[in-house]
Design a protein around this ligand. Sequence first.
Ligand code: A4P
Ligand code: MG
Length: 210
Amino acid sequence: MTAEPHPVAHAHPVEETAYIGLGANLDDPRRHVETAVAELARLPSTRLAATSALYRTAPLGPADQPDYINAVARIETRLTPQALLAAMQAIERRHGRVRNGTRWGPRTLDLDLLTFGDRQICSSGLTVPHPEMHRRAFVLVPLADVAPRGLSVPGRDQLAALLAKVPRDGVARLASMDLRPLADLCATNEHGPAGGGPAAQGMTGTDPLC
Ligand code: A4P
Ligand code: MG
């Protein structure tokens, strides 16, 4: 059995703000998204700063698949982008993500690294900002819940300008996230609040949950 990469080994001293897009459309997708947020909150050297509402969105790609649940999380992290991506992929695997070769096919959980500070990265396994984010309402609308409208997407434009260009039909706000999975994790989190929390919901990032 191969061991999961250990992200702490790839931490660096500068804390960066990263935005992570979450999407799911199989097997109780809302639960996958909410528990994945709780798992992001528990990553080492990482703090969950804010979570968007949940959105029901029409599928992009093959039409014969269920609607998606989409959301965005804002984190502050000392992980490198590569270590963060590895940790995100480990979370996807724990959620039973199967890659069957269908582009944009249905999935239990997809985590996309949208932006990482003001970095632009183009390597074989990682492109940041995510190359499709600027044209996707199912990313930009929840992103606006947790990011300043003046956020600049490196190499693209400000979030407000990007939002103005995308049609929003097919993106319906559902509800705030239920962060009880996060509270459960806080109760048992060996890292304690300094390692995994605090977490907050909405724009401010100031309501510590644990
Ligand atoms: N990769 C490179 N850059 C990144 C990044 N910034 N974040 C690499 C995450 N991964 C990145 O991803 C393929 C490879 O991209 C990985 O090996 C990673 O090293 P994947 O998750 O295996 O495959 P994928 O997600 O099927 O491919 P792709 O092209 O990334 O799809 P997207 O762009 O994630 O789109 N419709 C709705 N309504 N809502 C959705 O959330 N999502 C998708 C998937 C399609 N339709 C959707 C939604
Ligand atoms: Mg993806």
